[in-house]
Ligand binder design. Structure first.
Ligand code: CTP
Ligand code: CA
Length: 226
């Protein structure tokens, strides 16, 4: 592969990447989160940097070390991530939304620790804002790349997300497969555009997936004259 190759093909382009999981607080000592490691998004940021882009990484929960030479904004909740992304969006050319954003958050955030009472506790959750869909509504010149984590009907669900969120590309992973998705060092993805399957990237390291993905994105950008 050519994943290690650096070149200036994205010189002068601004790339915004989100990565990692969100944290939705319940009380001062508890929160809801997910299994995302942030590895995929951090690798995308690194690949974009290596290709010469001006990179901003909005990073949720992740223990990865950000690559040198990029701007990093740390966020906790989906609402924090939305704020950060909205601020950066107007000046961005490419957005890659690899973060695993919570779909729901506790409807009530308790100021004091919740004490145990009965044998059962029912938590009420409310929907968060869909950041990718919000970007899709507001995009002007930006190339918008979303992810889709699925366990079945990958193609149908991925194309549905692409349409619904007004994305230019969707990176779908079948997280029911061995070695794919959330918390490992490898990934296998199918990339879809409005016309259907663009590329199938077989099982490889997330760093290599990230490089191949950034190459596909760059091709799209140049083919529309950007
Ligand atoms: N996403 C987002 N904001 C949310 C939820 C998801 O920006 N509140 C983004 C993710 O970053 C990802 C894409 O939407 O790029 C798809 O996320 P995914 O969880 O696969 O899809 P959902 O639309 O949330 O649908 P579901 O979880 O029901 O499959
Ligand atoms: Ca979701």
């Amino acid at each position: 592969g050519t994943w290690f190759a650096g070149n200036g093909i994205l010189q002068g382009k601004r790339v915004l990447v989100t990565a990692g999981g969100t944290i939705e607080r319940l009380d001062p000592v508890r929160f809801l989160t997910n299994d995302s490691s942030g590895k995929m998004g951090f690798a995308v940021a690194e690949a974009a940097k290596r290709m010469g882009a001006d990179v901003t990484l909005v990073a949720g929960r992740s223990s990865e070390t950000p690559p040198a030479g990029i701007k990093v904004i740390r966020t906790a909740s989906a609402a924090d991530m939305l704020d950060a992304v909205m601020r950066e969006f107007p000046d961005t050319d490419i957005v890659v939304k690899a973060a695993a954003v919570a779909d729901y958050r506790p409807a009530t955030v308790h100021e004091q620790k919740v004490k145990k009472t009965g044998e059962k506790l029912v938590l009420e959750l409310e929907r968060t804002t869909d950041i990718l869909a919000a970007l899709g509504e507001r995009k002007t010149h930006q190339l918008l790349v979303g992810f889709a984590a699925e366990t079945e009907n990958v193609e149908r669900y991925a194309l549905d997300k692409l349409k619904r969120k007004n994305c230019d590309l969707i990176v779908a992973n079948d997280v029911s497969k061995e070695g794919v998705g959330f918390n490992g060092d490898t990934n296998a993805v199918d990339v879809y555009g409005p016309e259907g399957l663009v590329s199938s990237l077989p099982l490889m390291s997330k760093r290599e997936t990230a490089s191949r993905l950034m190459e596909l994105i760059t091709d799209r950008l140049s083919s529309r004259g950007g």
